[in-house]
Write a protein that binds this ligand. Structure first.
Ligand code: PXG
Length: 294
C-alpha cells in the first residue's frame, strides 16, 4: 500500500482519509454481501476499458434490483476523479456499490440509500517469474453457483463461492483453480477467465457455463480475431484442457498469464506458448495506448 496519508477514498461524493473512510455496520453489503463491485486498472494515466466496467456494474445492479444513485457517466467521472485526487497514473481501482444501511433483517427496502465507494491504490501483481514460467493450477471441488441461484454473471459482494475455491487452490499449493459448473463443464477460475489454444484456434467456455463476462476476456477475443484466429465458446471439459496446445488465464489483475500444468497434466510443451505470448504483447501494448484519460 502507498503512504496512507496520501490516499483519498471516495464515499458518496466525498473524499476521506483511510482512517475516516467508514461504512455503517448496518450496511447490507456487510451484513449480507448485498452489493456489487468492479475491479478496474489504470495504465499510464488512462483508465482501461472504463465504459465496459461501468456497463457491467449497471448490469449487476439491474440483476439485484439495486438502484445506483448516479448515472453511468457520473460513476465514470467519479472513478477518473478518484485517480486524479490520488495522483495515480497506474492504479488498481475498486468500485463498490452497497445496498446501504438498513435494519437487521433481509428486506433491502429497509435500506435508505445505496453507497458508492471508490478506492484507488497501487496494484499487487503475481510475481514476474510466474508470467515467465507459467502457472500450475488445479481443479477444485467447489463448483460455480447455478444460474438459477445467484447468477455467476453478477459481480456481487458475495464472493464466498470464489473464496472457497481459492482456499482449496492454496491448500493444493496453487495460486489459481479451475471451477467446474454443476454439469461438470469448465466454467472459469476464481478471479480469472480461462482460454485454450488448439490447432490454431482459440476456445473459451461460454458465459452460459458460468463464466464471468470478463472485460479482459472480451479484449483477448477481439485481439485474436484481429489476428485472424477462429474464436469459439463451446462447452469444454477438463479433458479438452489437458489436451490443449496452450492454456492461459485472463483478468484485470492478472492480465494474461500462461498455464503450463493442470491437475498434474503438462499442457503443450510445458512452457508459455507462442499464441499466448503474442496476445500478452498485444494486450500490454493496448493498455499503454487506450483508455479514459485521468
Ligand atoms: N472471473 C471472475 C470470477 C472474476 O472475479 C474475472 C473472471 C476476470 O474479469 P475481468 O473483467 O477482470 O477481465 C474476474 C475479475 C482481485 C480481482 O482483487 C479480481 C478480479 C478483477 C480484479 C481484481 O482478486 N476478478
Amino acid at each position: 500500500m502507498r503512504s496512507i496519508e496520501a490516499m483519498k477514498i471516495y464515499i458518496d461524493g466525498k473524499y476521506y482519509d483511510p482512517k475516516n473512510a467508514k461504512i455503517s455496520v448496518f450496511d447490507h453489503g456487510l451484513l449480507y454481501g448485498d452489493g456489487i463491485f468492479e475491479g478496474i486498472r489504470a495504465y499510464h494515466g488512462r483508465v482501461f476499458r472504463l465504459a465496459e466496467h461501468i456497463e457491467r456494474l449497471f448490469y449487476s445492479a439491474k440483476a439485484i434490483l439495486l438502484k445506483i444513485p448516479l448515472t453511468p457517466e457520473q460513476v465514470a467521472r467519479a472513478v477518473v476523479e478518484t485517480c486524479r485526487k490520488n495522483k495515480l497514473r497506474d492504479a488498481y481501482i475498486r468500485l463498490v456499490v452497497t445496498r446501504g444501511a438498513g435494519s437487521l433483517g433481509l428486506n433491502p427496502h429497509k435500506c435508505a440509500k445505496p453507497s458508492v465507494i471508490i478506492i484507488a491504490d497501487k496494484i499487487q501483481l503475481y510475481p514476474a517469474e510466474l508470467y515467465h514460467r507459467g502457472m500450475d493450477i488445479v481443479t477444485v471441488p467447489t463448483t460455480r453457483n447455478l444460474h438459477s441461484a445467484v447468477n455467476p454473471a453478477i459481480k456481487s459482494l458475495n464472493y464466498l463461492n470464489n473464496i472457497l475455491a481459492k482456499i482449496e487452490a492454496i491448500n493444493s499449493g496453487c495460486e489459481e483453480a479451475i471451477m467446474l459448473n454443476a454439469a461438470g463443464y469448465v466454467a472459469e477460475c476464481t478471479g480469472d477467465n480461462i482460454f485454450m489454444v488448439k490447432g490454431g484456434q482459440l476456445l473459451t467456455p461460454p458465459l452460459s457455463a458460468g463464466a464471468l463476462h470478463g472485460i479482459t476476456r472480451g479484449v483477448v477475443m477481439e485481439l485474436a480475431r484481429q489476428n485472424d484466429m477462429a474464436v469459439s465458446e463451446p462447452n469444454l471439459t477438463r479433458y479438452d484442457f489437458f489436451n490443449a496446445d496452450e492454456c492461459f488465464l485472463t483478468g484485470t489483475g492478472a492480465e494474461i498469464i500462461a498455464v503450463v500444468k493442470i491437475d498434474g497434466r503438462v499442457i503443450g510443451n510445458g512452457k508459455p506458448g507462442p499464441v499466448t505470448e503474442k496476445l500478452v504483447a498485444q494486450y500490454r501494448q493496448l493498455t499503454q495506448v487506450s483508455g479514459e484519460p485521468i
